[in-house]
Design a protein around this ligand. Structure first.
Ligand SMILES: Cc1cc2nc3c(=O)[nH]c(=O)nc-3n(C[C@H](O)[C@H](O)[C@H](O)COP(=O)(O)O)c2cc1C
Length: 212
């Protein structure tokens, strides 16, 4: 089995983390860098990652997240927060950054910018947020793989009240909406009902259709 597949078999949605074991900052930094490097539609990166280590903030979130203790037992809480809308300014900022970094402009790229500007901002904010949130999920997937690669445990969480988390972290005023939580930590030796259970997935033939 490849190293990566072994690590993906090792990872699981950890139910109980060891509150006395912190994830090393350089590991967290590499996980975040993997997320920064991952793909997004049109390269707009329409979400941000909030890294919450502040214990008081994490304690405030727990009752609004099904009392899931990994949020405080882990050492870092990643909050994937998507843009609440696509605005002309947000789209232009990203296209301008690409032009600045590459040092040239290109007609095809500028036409593509105009196409997005005429398509996204006129749409309703909820449609745009949903599109941005889908990009945040790609970031989540990347973070799950990167954490496994680092031997760091994590728990992807949709089980929370986004409006409350937005309020606690002051996300609305930044034009962001929380999409998904990902506590990082290390699995506890005891007290995790899932730790030693078999990973169950549908059989390959029920999951993958090959059309030759
Ligand atoms: C988008 C998403 C949301 C999830 N939300 C939760 C959650 O709130 N709490 C939890 O304990 N597990 C949550 N999970 C974990 C899944 O139940 C778990 O990934 C799935 O059962 C596969 O098992 P494994 O990840 O342990 O291999 C979530 C997973 C994903 C991808």
């Amino acid at each position: 089995m490849s190293d990566l597949l072994e690590k993906l078999n090792w990872r699981y949605a950890t139910k109980k983390m060891n509150p006395n074991k912190e994830v090393e900052q350089e590991k967290v930094d590499r996980i975040l860098e993997a997320v920064r490097l991952t793909a997004t539609s049109s390269g707009l990166q329409p979400y941000e990652v909030i890294v919450v280590t502040n214990k008081a903030l994490r304690e405030q979130i727990v009752p609004h997240a099904w009392n899931q203790a990994q949020i405080t037992d882990g050492s870092h809480l990643l909050v994937f927060a998507a843009w609440d809308n696509y605005t002309e300014e947000r789209i232009n900022t990203m296209f301008d950054l690409v032009n600045d970094e590459r040092g040239f402009t290109n007609e095809g790229w500028e036409n593509y910018r105009q196409m997005l500007l005429s398509t996204y901002p006129p749409r309703d904010a909820e449609t745009n947020y949903q599109h941005a949130a889908r990009q945040a999920y790609i970031g989540l997937g990347t973070a799950l793989i990167a954490a496994a690669e680092e031997g760091v445990d994590s728990t992807p969480m949709e089980g929370f009240d986004p409006a409350k988390v937005d309020e606690i972290l002051g996300l609305s005023e930044r034009g962001l909406r929380s999409v998904i939580l990902l506590p990082l930590g290390y699995r506890a030796d005891e007290g995790d009902w899932l730790k030693d259970l078999k990973k169950v997935r549908r059989a390959k033939q029920d999951f993958i259709t090959e059309m030759n």
